[in-house]
Design a protein around this ligand. Structure first.
Ligand code: UFG
Length: 330
């Protein structure tokens, strides 16, 4: 089986490539290296540097390689940036997916698994969140991901391209080898920012608000290990290969941790005091996001293996401690 991974040099993409190769698949990676890293490209994968918005380039890849299915991670994913630069998100996430689908239809590729997000729900009406719950994104990032899902739905109906949309909750952690991990620039995610303190790159961590309606007043999130996410993509591709219908799945552990609990766990794992300071809320942050992933468990047979928060933070620490500047100066 030969799988094309778009965005295979990025955080979740590089972990999925690794698991695909371990499971015996052949992998072709496309990445424009705008937010991905050449060092994260798996040595056993074929690599094409280019942009999904470039139709001729995408046609070239599909004509050169005989691809059985596509896994699509090539998107921008920063909520804050999407608020100040929404058209960047419409261009890369939505227009990019449109060009990709044009090229897939023209080249008779009819299966795609792609990254969606908990941000499609906006402020949830109930916890845990089900796939059938209302989708009211509160930022352009979530809006473009929801629009991608809709584009897939109509493309499926018109041209028979089947899809699986995976709505991730909070992706975190790193591969057990310690060779690949999270490396965003600028970094905005909680766990890598916390770990910058014991790494000597930051004096303290800011807690964005402690007046939420949660057990300690700080936001609750569902943290899911990146290797478990990677496994879900492989299962989703198998599901499509088995001829099953397009579907949407949440991916989370179904357990929520507050920001303070995450910091406390990081203190334990790193054995460092990690000073924290409460600052004002970050706009657009829902109080609580916890997934129901029962559908993925039942239909895909997905079973997250690294659900323990301490283990998740340990794996992230193993990566960040040994790569304080990410892939730079490797
Ligand atoms: N937080 C802090 N201090 C920080 C950074 C984050 O208190 O320095 C808090 C945030 O307010 C939030 C929690 O930690 O309550 C997690 O924040 P992240 O930025 O790590 O993650 P988000 O929950 O904001 O975002 C994640 C994904 C997005 C996705 C979103 C869905 O990273 O891609 O979930 O809402 F869109």
């Amino acid at each position: 089986m030969k799988i094309l991974v778009l965005g295979g040099a990025g955080y979740i993409g590089s972990h999925t490539v690794r698991e695909l190769i371990k499971s015996g698949s052949q992998v072709v990676i496309v990445d424009n290296l705008e937010t991905g890293y050449k060092e994260a490209v798996h040595p056993d994968a074929a690599f094409y540097q280019g942009d999904i918005r470039d139709r001729a380039f995408m046609d070239h890849v599909f004509q050169k390689e005989s691809i059985d299915g596509v896994i699509h991670f090539a998107a921008n994913s920063l909520v804050g940036e999407s608020m100040t630069n929404p058209l960047k998100y419409y261009d890369n996430n939505l227009y990019g997916t449109k060009v990709l689908l044009d090229s897939m239809v023209a080249n008779h590729i009819d299966k795609i698994v792609f990254s969606s997000t908990a941000a499609t729900y906006g402020e949830p009406e109930r916890i845990p969140i089900l796939e059938t719950d209302p989708t009211e994104p509160t930022n352009p990032y979530g809006e473009t991901k929801l629009s991608m899902e809709k584009m897939m739905k109509w493309t499926n109906q018109a041209y028979g391209v089947r899809y699986v949309a995976l709505r991730y909750f909070n992706a975190c952690g790193a591969d057990a080898s310690g060779n690949i991990g999270e490396a965003h620039s600028p970094e905005t995610h909680l766990i890598p920012l916390i770990l910058q303190v014991p790494n000597g790159q930051r004096d303290k961590i800011s807690i964005y608000g402690e007046d939420y309606d949660t057990k300690d007043g700080t936001c609750v999130r569902d943290y899911i290990h990146v290797t478990d996410l990677a496994q879900a993509h492989i299962l989703a591709m198998k599901y499509l290969m088995d001829g099953k219908e397009s579907a949407i799945f949440n991916l989370g552990n179904g357990v929520g941790f507050t920001v303070k609990e995450v910091i406390e766990t990081a203190r334990k794992v790193t054995n460092h005091p990690i000073p924290a300071e409460v600052v004002s809320r970050r706009s657009g942050d829902p109080a609580k996001l916890i997934a129901s992933s029962e559908k993925a468990k039942k239909i895909l047979g997905w079973n997250p293996e690294h659900a323990d928060l301490e283990e998740i933070i340990e794996s992230a620490w193993n990566w960040h401690r040994n790569h304080p500047h990410g892939y730079k100066n490797i």
